[in-house]
Design a protein around this ligand. Structure first.
Ligand code: AMP
Length: 302
């Protein structure tokens, strides 16, 4: 693995630059994530050790495989299987052609991502940074895999306090935006819900520009939450009684406008369950996979 021939830069993540490379022995493509250390005495950052430890545990057909780890004097290189595209780029391509994603692909991609996250949640691992850039698609457009566990971490039950500054704004759950320190698996489900909407409509659901703007974007579509639909909301650190009041949940109306004819009411029902305000009432990964939205879906070979 040390003789890899490096090709072009693929992207940049939370911790390092990602390059495409070829293994000269096998001729296989790999993705190398290079993580440099700036301070001599610090050793390997704990976030990196965490990512490596987690990824080594997470062997699943829908999780990007960590193939090897190369330790160097001032950097660590994580060698991953190579995938040809991320979902963000896929959206760009489909959008530039004025098209939409096929109903079958939406069904299949959503199922696969949920399967991967169910696998993580069962092992008490939160991803915490699910977004289209972290979902990688293979060259046949059939397999989607969750990558970039740089921000995820094993969590113990009962849930401890974590920093709320962890998920890219547009996909960030409202409990994090409101400063809750007791979040858990529902934060990943919220992100998947936002991605699901984007697959259905090719539009970003909540494109906020700041934390407060993000909340307002959510309120405008789902209605301003209150103690009736989110017990305990008024106790959250960033809650304000002077939030603007949007009384109506317009999500169903909003999504139907753009929905493909082939996608029936069950897509709307599932979306509403994923974007439920009260985290404890939000649908869990296991139940997403049993939802009628997936009825009739062809079985994907592992
Ligand atoms: P990450 O640090 O994992 O968020 O990666 C940053 C970007 O590099 C991603 O958005 C992808 O476009 C690209 N990338 C990461 N991992 C891979 C991979 N295994 N194969 C192909 N591209 C990747």
């Amino acid at each position: 693995m040390e003789n890899l021939i490096r090709r072009e830069k693929l992207g940049e993540g939370s911790y390092g630059v990602v390059y495409r490379a070829v293994n000269p022995d096998t001729r296989c493509l790999v993705a190398i994530k290079k993580i440099r250390f700036h301070h001599d005495n610090e050793g390997i950052p704990s976030a990196v050790i965490r990512e490596i430890a987690l990824l080594k545990e997470l062997k699943h057909p829908n999780i990007v495989e960590l193939q090897d780890v190369v330790m160097m004097e001032k950097e660590v290189q994580l060698i991953f299987e190579y995938l040809s595209m991320d979902l963000y780029r896929h959206f760009e391509i489909v959008h530039s052609k004025g098209e939409k994603m096929h109903a079958n692909s939406i069904q299949s991609f959503l199922y696969q991502v949920t399967d991967a996250i169910y696998f993580c949640h069962r092992r008490r691992i939160l991803h915490r940074d699910l977004k289209p850039q972290n979902l990688l698609i293979d060259s046949t457009y059939t397999r989607i895999k969750v990558g970039d566990f740089g921000l995820s971490r094993a969590f113990d039950l009962p849930v401890r306090s974590y920093s709320p500054e962890v998920i890219t704004l547009w996909y960030r759950a409202p409990e994090l935006l409101l400063g809750s320190q007791q979040y858990c698996c529902p934060v990943d489900i919220w992100s998947i819900g936002c991605i699901f909407f984007e697959m259905l409509t090719m539009k970003t659901l909540f494109p906020g520009e700041s934390e407060i703007d993000q909340l307002i974007c959510i309120f405008k579509i789902l209605g301003t939450p209150n103690e009736e639909n989110w017990k305990g909301i008024t106790q959250l650190p960033n809650y304000s009684s002077s939030f603007p009041i949007y009384p109506i949940n317009k999500l169903t109306m909003f999504v139907r406008k753009d929905l493909d004819k082939n996608l029936n009411a069950s897509a709307v029902d599932l979306l509403n369950r994923m974007l439920c305000y009260q985290p404890s009432e939000r649908i869990i990964a296991k139940d997403i996979m049993k939802h009628s939205f997936f009825q009739g879906m062809p079985v994907l070979k592992q």
